[in-house]
Write a protein that binds this ligand. Structure first.
Ligand code: O2Y
Ligand code: MN
Length: 606
């Protein structure tokens, strides 16, 4: 057993060890030596490959089971006492019933395995907005990944011992290892036996049966979003699915921090690490996925990135699309489900060069003839293959990224993948109008979550899979946070962006580094500069306000008119969809949002 200075932690670990019956219990210290030792053990047991030390130092390669490649939304549960408190967008089960089911699963589930105990901090150690957790797991892959994605080990344990606080996070791959048997390459349970369970009222997480990403690295989606969103509701702060970047006008050295919420697979990591194509601007990265925001004593909303690494999608990450992400995984990185080249490096579709003959694909097959391979039907790297890389290795990391007080937020962006209707950018009239914008975010569905129909799905605030309570109450929480501002002039300005609008099947905006042109406009708008035009949905930039100088992809004043157009007929159709979406929330829909929708309808003559 473990013997820390925190009796509650010792007792909690003992209780779970008695249920799960591991061969041994190991308290992780978070050292580099521990990481290398555990990863080398995975290599020795056939669970991983060490990558070429000269090309990719201290980096490892894993292939998951084909049934365990992504988050599993249909196996994710919010177990509040009352179903109504989980709301219409979450799977709910009674907590007592769920615990009963899961305890029977957990019973003896770690036989023949090691139980690792991982103390961790989400956010800078001891920071004003940070939180502590402890994950127990029987996966060395999870320990290695948590080392990259969180501040874990001794440093976090010391704080837990001091404060007595931690969020309990329970994980097992759900596959005991009988004596004398060789372990599976990726132990996990069958798809219908996977459970990703949050108990929001108890601030507790129990997961079972999956070793992959968001299902197993419990600091990320389970804690930093589902449980933290509930804690934030209780305590008056915000836990959001948002990147954080710093924008600097180099001539004057003025800076502004921007948070942006886009649904999964809409380019958050690319925007967070953007390299501007217009002179005079610099972008630095604070985080690429999650933002926790709290008011400071002066009434300024400040944000931290609770994570310490990037768990990025590998395919289509290249020198061209995101050089900073590529450089972040130059060493000390864990890759999952990408291709493994004959010289011990990694490869994926869209990396920017051809697949070497003899590469091993994510399923373990040799790629003998890369040219004949159908990259969509049978990709070498799984579409949701990932790198877990330390944030400090990002060349664009902001020196302030570990500021324990967080960074001041000037603007919040919402966006989605919308081929029509939604302009490149529009600006909210005020906070509640911005909340309305967040509440209607929609996007084409992603591959990150399996079992979804293709098409556009509403993903309010990009939190649909991540809100730990009733989404209608979450909308109300956002309204309350705005109302609680001591000084309304300090509230971030809210914008809606859409990089993905099309005309005749062709993108109207080049995106990637050219999004700096839109960021520059946002920067000026935060200072009250720039000319806007009022439309039924908010303010759009007046003609010529977005700098398109030097663009060679066909973008011109005419295409800008199209990408910024607000077509009333499109919006009448959108309103009907918003009505349908809002109807789900019944009495939990805040009256302030109903009023905004009514006002939009009135403007449209509906
Ligand atoms: O598929 C997974 O387990 C990970 S999903 C993910 C990973 C990093 C950042 N965002 C996401 C997401 O789905 O939003
Ligand atoms: Mn995400």
């Amino acid at each position: 057993m473990i013997n820390t200075k925190n009796a509650k932690l010792n007792a909690w670990v003992k209780m779970w060890a008695d249920i799960m019956q591991p061969e041994k219990v190991v308290l992780c210290d978070g050292s580099d030596a521990e990481f290398t030792r555990l990863m080398d053990e995975c290599v020795a047991n056939g669970l991983a490959k060490k990558l070429n030390e000269k090309k990719r130092p201290n980096s490892y390669y894993f292939q998951s089971d084909p049934s365990d490649v992504a988050r599993v939304e249909n196996r994710t549960f919010i177990c509040s006492k009352k179903k109504e408190d989980a709301g219409p967008t979450n799977n709910w089960m009674d907590p007592v019933e769920m615990k009963h089911i899961m305890i029977s699963k957990y019973n003896g589930c770690m036989k023949g395995r090691t139980m690792y105990v991982i103390p961790f901090s989400m956010g800078p150690l001891g920071g004003a907005i940070s939180q502590l957790g402890v994950e127990i797991t029987d996966s060395a892959y999870v320990v290695g990944s948590m080392k990259i994605m969180t501040r874990m080990g001794k440093c976090a344990l010391e704080l837990i011992e001091k404060t007595g606080n931690f969020i309990p996070c329970v994980h097992s791959v759900g596959k005991p290892l009988p004596a004398g048997l060789k372990d599976a390459k990726w132990p996990c349970a069958p798809i219908d036996d996977k459970y990703i369970v949050q108990f929001p009222e108890e601030h507790e997480i129990w997961t079972f049966g999956s070793g992959y990403g968001g299902n197993a690295l419990l600091g990320k989606k389970c804690f930093a979003l589902r449980i933290a969103s509930k804690m934030a509701q209780e305590e008056g702060w915000l836990a959001e699915h948002m990147l954080i970047l710093k924008l600097t006008k180099t001539a004057t050295k003025e800076t502004k921090y921007v948070c942006a919420a886009f649904p999964s697979a809409c380019g958050k990591t690319n925007l967070a690490m953007l390299i501007p194509t217009i002179p005079g601007w610099e972008v630095k990265t604070v985080g690429d996925d999650i933002s926790w925001m709290k008011y400071d004593k002066n009434g300024q909303l400040r944000a931290i990135n609770p994570e310490a690494g990037f768990f990025g999608v590998a395919p289509y990450t290249s020198e061209k699309t995101n050089k900073n992400a590529l450089d972040s995984c130059c060493a000390n990185t864990i890759f999952t489900n990408v291709g493994l080249t004959p010289d011990g490096d990694v490869w994926w579709e869209g990396i920017g060069y051809d697949c070497p003959v003899g590469t091993i694909d994510w399923k373990g097959n040799v790629v003998a003839d890369p040219a004949s391979r159908d990259k969509d039907e049978n990709p070498v790297a799984h579409k949701n293959s990932r790198f877990a890389a330390p944030a400090e290795q990002c060349p664009a990391i902001d020196p302030e990224w570990e500021n324990p007080e967080g960074v001041p937020v000037s603007a919040i962006l919402f966006g989605g993948r919308r081929p029509s209707t939604v302009p490149l950018i529009h600006e909210a009239d005020d906070w509640n109008h911005g909340v309305f914008m967040g509440s209607i975010v929609g996007s084409e569905v992603t591959a990150a979550a399996i079992g979804l129909k293709a098409g556009v799905r509403r993903d309010p605030f990009a939190m649909l899979p991540f809100c730990g309570y009733n989404m209608g109450d979450y909308f109300q929480h956002w309204i309350n946070v705005g109302a609680a501002a001591k000084d309304k002039t300090k509230l971030p300005k809210i914008f809606f962006v859409n990089w993905f609008r099309k005309d005749n099947g062709k993108f109207l905006w080049p995106g990637y580094g050219d999004n700096s042109r839109v960021l520059a406009y946002i920067f000026d708008r935060c200072d009250g500069k720039g000319e806007t035009v009022d439309t039924v949905i908010g303010k759009v930039p007046a003609a010529g306000q977005i700098n398109i100088a030097g663009l060679t992809d066909g973008t011109n004043e005419e295409s800008m008119e199209k990408v910024l157009a607000v077509n009333p007929e499109d919006w009448k159709a959108e309103v009907a969809l918003i009505e349908e979406h809002y109807a789900k929330f019944g009495k939990h829909l805040p009256k302030e949002l109903r009023e905004r929708l009514d006002s939009l309808k009135k403007k449209l003559g509906m």
